[in-house]
Design a protein around this ligand. Sequence first.
Ligand SMILES: O=C(O)c1cc(C(=O)O)c2c(n1)C(=O)C(=O)c1cc(C(=O)O)[nH]c1-2
Ligand SMILES: [Ca+2]
Length: 708
Amino acid sequence: ACSEQSSEQSPDPSPQNSAADASEVSTFAAVTTQRIIDTGASDEWLTYGGSYDEQRHSTLTAVNRDTVAELGVAWTYDLQTNRGVESTPIVVDGVMYVTSAWSLVYALDAATGEELWVYNPEVDKAVGVNACCDVVNRGVAVFEGQVFVGVIDGRLEALDAKTGERNWSVVTVDQSKPYTITGAPRVVNGKVLIGNGGAELGVRGYLSAYDVNNGDKIWRFYTVPNPNKEPDNEISDEVFAKLGNDSWGDDGHWVTDGGGGTVWDSIVYDEVNDQIVFGVGNGSPWNRNFRDPAGGDNLFLSSIVAVDANTGRYRWHFQTTPGDNWDYTATQSIILADLPLGDEGAPVRVAMQAPKNGFFYVINATNGEFISGESFGPVSWATGLDKNGRPIEAEGARYGTNPVTLLPGPAGAHNWHPMAYNPELELTYIPAQEIPAVYAEDPRFSTGSTAWNTGADFSAGVPPVLSPADLKAARAALKGRLIAWDPKTQSPRWSVEHANAWNGGVLSTAGGLVFQGRLDGVFVAYDAATGEALWSYDLHSGANAGPATYSIDDTQYVSITTGWGSLYALAAGYAYDETISSTVGKVVTFKLGGTQSIAEPDLPEVDRTTLAVAFGNEQMLNEGLVHYARNCSVCHGPFAESSGVLPDLRWSPITANAEAWNSVVREGVLAQNGMVSFAEYLTAEETEAIRAYVISQARADMALRAEN
Ligand SMILES: O=C(O)c1cc(C(=O)O)c2c(n1)C(=O)C(=O)c1cc(C(=O)O)[nH]c1-2
Ligand SMILES: [Ca+2]
């Protein structure tokens, strides 16, 4: 689906590349490793984190503390999807490359928003059921005339940057397993780096490097041992033989379910040490008792790992959560910086991360040594870190069948929303949050017993019918904060409290500003030194993505992609007071004096009534709750409360009709929407019990509203 563009309409090819030879792959969007290093985050935004260090700190100053009040909309562009959007715009030679849900790629004129081409990888939407946290995509990489995208079904594809035509496509995963790709590829010296996701369902994680020219695999680093502890004939073999295999027992569900350790977000190139530093995800299943009864540390789950950029050979690792039990991924943003921590303030090159587990880590990037760590928010699973940075686990945190409420929960004290670092102020900006969760061992766990395969019981502590007080308490516990964190002293300099959790990624600029979108869709610019809010604008949609900034013809632009979706909108529908209908994703770009506006989304009112009569005795409702929690809640929301990304089952006419319900749930008639058959996991009786539970939730909600 490429729009036709004559070469005259192509904006600003860089001066050394005339439009005449733009047909040559290597001269249009001629990004190289050296160009990314030299450019940093300045007039362009060449790589996911702005620069290879991924500081998301732009040197542009036209938009600054004094001028930011003049910021207005320059242009908006409608994406072709209405699910979550998490893409950081990449801007090269005046062209912006963004992605939307279902891994669509768009090339736009970065000054005007004019569409140059759109690429749709034509994903079979049934794969949507494998996506733990919505069919999102965080963006592309651009290198030597090509645009690289990781597709939700596990493909890695190279597109011609000028035309959007596909040059090559490789399948990077075993598509018979529930792998997905949501993360942005990075490119270093002719190699595209890409990982994958799927650790909630059961896969074995790895990071791979592919040749930009033809998609040939160059190296692969597994993050979890081979199930038989045999060589994979990959570069990770040597480190598993030395230290990885010993950290796992010989039995347990990791052997059949892959063990997890997915590399689904952060991949950073450290040009000083010529190494790739990447973040590794949670264990699969989550619950270590099931995953590995031997009870070891399970390398490299929840670790930051550094490998040689050329060969993928292991250099060092730092494990944030040994023996992960809670979905405490260490895939969150990794930022490289020089901090004055050496003798007499000599600079030390460090890697910084605020992973899900709630501690902020400063690690020596040269050798992986722990420098310091401190909690950046309330943490109840551990009482602190020892001198090596190993967490001191709180008693009872390794939950049994008795439910225990912990902070952070699986959504993390910080999730994928990119953090930023201002090297002048030496401050890190963390999109932090508090989303407590009840953990309990799942008494019915067995491999393949559920699409999600965590070994944790999501129905634990949930009442079969939710009372208004329960709901109020659940909502009140949700908090968000933007924290300006001093990594030298491991303490906050300032922080701003948000009304809800799951706020957006951060952009820092030399104009003394920090930009962040909030869950309620308001995009705010803060004074980087004090946290004072200086400007805000309602984007009328989800504002989760990392913003970018760039300059064309002396005009500075600030751009953010918006859309309704991602993990929180799916798995925490109860966090929203009102049901919001899904909105079409957008790119919204601002400049000083911009006079455009964002069209009010014309959202249809959701009719919150059900005609279905409640049925089922207490036992049936309980059964319904258990199966709902195991199979449905991660996409349709706990307590059957939807935020509107997917249909709210309580008000769906399908729910009111037993036959229609069964045909969707067990026969898969809506597989093309991502709602595949669950016949493998649910009997007809269990399916009907879930329906009884959903209708009872609908009736309870109607009764509550009738009272008020
Ligand atoms: O373990 C994994 O493989 C995996 C993958 C992903 C993903 O690829 O989006 C997420 C998570 N885990 C996860 O734990 C999580 O909280 C999460 C949030 C999001 C999102 O895009 O909103 N993705 C993911
Ligand atoms: Ca996960």
